[in-house]
Design a protein around this ligand. Structure first.
Ligand code: MG
Ligand code: MG
Length: 261
């Protein structure tokens, strides 16, 4: 298990990869509205990435026993949590959609997801969105020395559970760099039982460490399942869910958020 610490030059390139993802998200914020299809959003985002000299990190992404991912963004609506495949689905007023965008720029990856309200959403849905976004920032604020990944995970989990929601167990944040998924894994919860924890590693944070923090939060129970397309993950109880993600870099002080505009 190797954690690749990035040099200042590598961090500068990663910042650019992240900035391009942020520009694509700005385009999403404007384009997400009732009547648009998820395929149209995919085209808009891919155009932004390519116009900035980046390529989509997700397009053709391989997965064991599944077809390669066929699109440039993941578009997951309502009870869909992650890895939704863009297509002919038309967004409706009151939906929520999580859009995950990855870029590759000069050999480095930027990775960021955001959950958007489509038109007007109810107050309870608005509260779910705001709490989930705040959970990401709780994790970012915990990403400081001398913490370990366990401290980040527990900070997110406590915050989310205090607000009456649940944290998805099966998917985690991850190191990012030349690869989209590197060490360390950064979970959003930490098991209590010693047996459950057997294969869990808490990594001490180090300056130059870069990872994508991505709490996935369910309004209902934490369990998920994968649909027959072998990609789309939904909540098992079909409750609403959210996904907010930034790629960050650990420093001696506050972490740098690489996927901001
Ligand atoms: Mg992502
Ligand atoms: Mg990610």
């Amino acid at each position: 298990m190797t954690v690749h610490l990035k040099s200042p030059e590598e961090l500068a390139t990663m910042r650019e990869a992240g900035r391009i993802v942020a520009v694509a998200h700005q385009a999403m914020r404007e384009a997400v509205k009732p009547g648009v299809t998820t395929a149209e959003l995919n085209t808009i985002a891919e155009t932004v990435l390519r116009d900035h000299g980046a390529t989509p990190a997700f397009l053709g992404y391989p997965k064991h026993n599944s077809p390669n991912f066929p699109a440039s963004i993941c578009a997951s609506v309502n009870e869909e949590l992650v890895h939704g495949i863009p297509g002919s689905r038309v967004l409706k007023d009151g939906d929520i959609i999580s859009i995950d965008i990855g870029s590759v720029y000069e050999g480095f990856v930027g990775d960021s997801a955001w959950t958007y309200a489509v038109g007007e959403v109810s107050e309870s849905v608005q509260r779910l969105l705001e709490t989930s976004e705040e959970a990401l920032w709780v994790g970012i604020r915990a990403s400081v020395l001398p913490n370990e990944t366990k401290d980040v995970a527990l900070a997110i989990q406590h915050f989310v559970e205090q607000h009456g929601y649940s944290v998805v167990r099966e998917y985690t944040g991850h190191g990012v760099g030349r690869q989209m998924h590197e060490e360390p894994q950064v979970p959003n919860w930490w098991p209590r039982g010693r047996r459950q924890r057997q294969n869990w590693i808490s990594y001490p944070l180090k300056p130059g460490m870069t990872y994508a923090l991505e709490p996935m939060i369910n309004a209902g129970r934490p369990e998920t399942r994968e649909l027959s397309d072998k990609w789309t993950v939904v909540t098992r109880d079909r409750s609403l869910c959210t996904h907010f993600e930034h790629t960050i870099a650990i420093t001696e002080g506050e972490p740098l958020v690489l996927t901001l505009p």
